[in-house]
Design a protein around this ligand. Structure first.
Ligand SMILES: Nc1ncnc2c1ncn2[C@@H]1O[C@H](COP(=O)(O)OP(=O)(O)OP(=O)(O)O)[C@@H](O)[C@H]1O
Ligand SMILES: [Mg+2]
Length: 151
């Protein structure tokens, strides 16, 4: 029975500390391969960058990851690929993203993780992995992942 095979299930996680969100990022990194795009949604201070730090370490990147709020796109080299950390917060729309060469970056062989991805929703590829982080308490977060078959 393969009727639903085109659909990808959603996965839900509750984290109770920044460290747990970081650890989930490391776990997500295992699911990524060249060209993967991860869209990160969630309010200010929900933990998007915290998750990216875990993803980076999971990809073997030991550099300190900082928010690319002003640079918009930061590149970190891993042994076999690049991680592009994108913060779309200051972009108004897809046009702004095109002006800075964003589509070329997310359609490259590198792995892209995008904070505030809703700003550039129409630029995201169809197979984008989406992570939504919801603040459920001072140190608790509900994290929903879609676009992966397993995690
Ligand atoms: N369970 C948790 N997971 C992640 N962060 C948590 C958690 N509990 C508390 N925090 C705190 O929430 C903050 C998350 O900050 P972070 O910079 O990762 O958010 P962000 O979503 O990237 O924000 P912004 O939209 O400003 O870029 C940190 O101060 C972190 O210590
Ligand atoms: Mg951030």
């Amino acid at each position: 029975m393969t009727a639903k095979s085109h659909q990808t299930p959603d996965f839900f996680f509750n984290t109770n500390s920044p460290e747990e969100t970081f650890a989930l990022g490391k776990r997500i990194a295992c699911m990524l391969s060249q060209g993967s795009v991860v869209a990160l949604e969630g309010a200010l201070g929900s933990g998007k960058t915290q998750l990216v730090k875990g993803i980076a370490l999971g990809l073997g990147i030991n550099e300190n990851i900082t928010s690319p709020t002003y640079t918009i796109i930061s590149e970190y080299k891993s042994s076999d690929s690049s991680l592009y950390h994108i913060d779309a917060y200051r972009l108004n729309n897809e046009r702004d993203f095109e002006d800075i060469g964003g589509p070329e970056v997310i359609n490259s062989n590198g792995i892209s993780v995008i904070e505030w991805s809703g700003r550039i929703q129409k630029s995201l590829p169809e197979n984008t992995i989406t992570v939504c982080i919801e603040i459920t308490g001072q140190s608790s977060r509900l994290i929903k992942i879609s676009g992966v078959k397993e995690i």
